[in-house]
Design a protein around this ligand. Sequence first.
Ligand SMILES: Cc1cc2nc3c(=O)[nH]c(=O)nc-3n(C[C@H](O)[C@H](O)[C@H](O)COP(=O)(O)O)c2cc1C
Length: 181
Amino acid sequence: MHILGISGSLRKDSFNTAALRACTGVLPPGVTMSIFDIAPIPLYNEDLRAQGLPEPVQQLREQIRAADALVIATPEYNYSVPGVLKNAIDWASRPPEQPFDGKPIALIGATPGGLGTSRAQYHLRQVFVYLNGQVLNRPEVFISGAPNKFDADGRLTDAATSENLGKMLAVLVERAKRSAG
Ligand SMILES: Cc1cc2nc3c(=O)[nH]c(=O)nc-3n(C[C@H](O)[C@H](O)[C@H](O)COP(=O)(O)O)c2cc1C
């Protein structure tokens, strides 16, 4: 079982990327996880697509396809999904054989604010309705007050959040096993 993590933040000290790294420390036994860097993905342009999918987009699509499940960590920008993350999803979603179809997906998010990216996550759920991603309904993971839950090196220090991530990953892996039949 392999999980692919995608962070919707490009910044070096991102809480969302740090939350994905924290996931790698609480994986169920026998499960591996890697994190895809969406920074090299260009802005979506149908003219570019007509010339063939850019290399980073091909890599993203292949890694999504090869993964048994996804964990997507979204920041919340203006109550919604950051453009860079939506852009990566838009590229990956183009036919043929869009790789989100039927894929088990867990959404998480971290913010210094109080509502834990809930508004962004609900927008992201809506996107995956169209793409037929199998987004977990629960447990939900909303990491609020992030600067108090990660240390200066981006390590998760909050035990309750770590426990929540572990529970979510266990549910995600069970879902992926059922999907695999
Ligand atoms: C353009 C912009 C809009 C933002 N809007 C929100 C928001 O609606 N809700 C929120 O909780 N935080 C908002 N923030 C603050 C982000 O949650 C914060 O920058 C966070 O650290 C971003 O995630 P990262 O640490 O993974 O980069 C916004 C930040 C930016 C740059």
